[in-house]
Design a protein around this ligand. Structure first.
Ligand SMILES: [Zn+2]
Length: 222
């Protein structure tokens, strides 16, 4: 028989060598309420009151305690031995790479499609996580967001810089703005092109940058 009842709840995973006959009629001499469960880790048979049921498997209490300890250890390690220098360098690299991509996109398409700003936040977050030694913590989130904001500022500057260059060229002015501006020039140029929309796109970028190095939390379903 290969037919399966779609309404059947799959509570346990049955491997072919378990020898469980699904079509067998319950033996009237045994207690039908007693279902045999097997620990997914050590395979021993566990009675229902000694079994720990997770979302996708059943464990004996001993294996579950061991797995939980391993998981907690690895989660504790996610915020230890953080390479902060790497985090800053990586976040800056990723953020600026995202900024260059955005600038390139605006240059090629002539559309300031702000949603692409998410790539700036993604780049900063990815860089922070990768170069910190694959760590996650609140401090790394703050670093990520700061560098994403800086990168977003640079992207805005480069887009405006290109617009100025275009205007200069049309009017026979040979002045070129530098790729890396002084703070004063940065403020002048960016504020010239500022629109309220930019704040929304900045928020997208920052939110993306904030999420990526967020520490993983063990939800304790005791
Ligand atoms: Zn076990």
């Amino acid at each position: 028989m290969t037919t399966s009842d779609p309404n059947r709840n799959e509570e346990i995973e049955i491997t072919p060598d378990d020898g469980v006959d699904l079509t067998a009629q319950p033996d009237p001499t045994t207690d039908a309420a007693e279902e045999t469960l097997h620990c997914a880790q050590c395979q021993i048979a566990v009675s229902a009151d000694h079994a720990v049921q997770t979302d996708n498997a059943v464990f004996c209490t001993r294996c579950f305690a061991e797995l939980k300890r391993v998981l907690e250890d690895s989660l504790a390690g996610q915020s230890q031995n953080i390479n902060y220098l790497g985090a800053v360098a990586g976040g800056l690299l990723g953020g600026l790479l995202g900024a260059l991509i955005w600038w390139g996109f605006v240059m090629v398409t002539n559309i300031q499609f702000g949603l692409i700003a998410v790539v700036i936040g993604w780049g900063a977050g990815k860089g922070v996580v990768m170069f910190s030694g694959h760590k996650r913590s609140r401090t790394l989130q703050v670093i990520s967001v700061s560098l994403a904001a800086l990168s977003y500022g640079m992207a805005s500057y480069w887009v405006m810089m290109s617009a100025f260059h275009e205007y200069f060229a049309e009017n026979g002015i040979t002045t070129k703005l530098p790729m890396i501006p002084t703070p004063a020039l940065f403020v002048d140029v960016v504020s010239a092109g500022f629109q309220m929309f930019d704040l929304i796109f900045l928020a997208f970028a920052l939110w993306q940058a904030w999420k990526m190095p967020a520490p993983v939390v063990l939800n304790s379903g005791e």
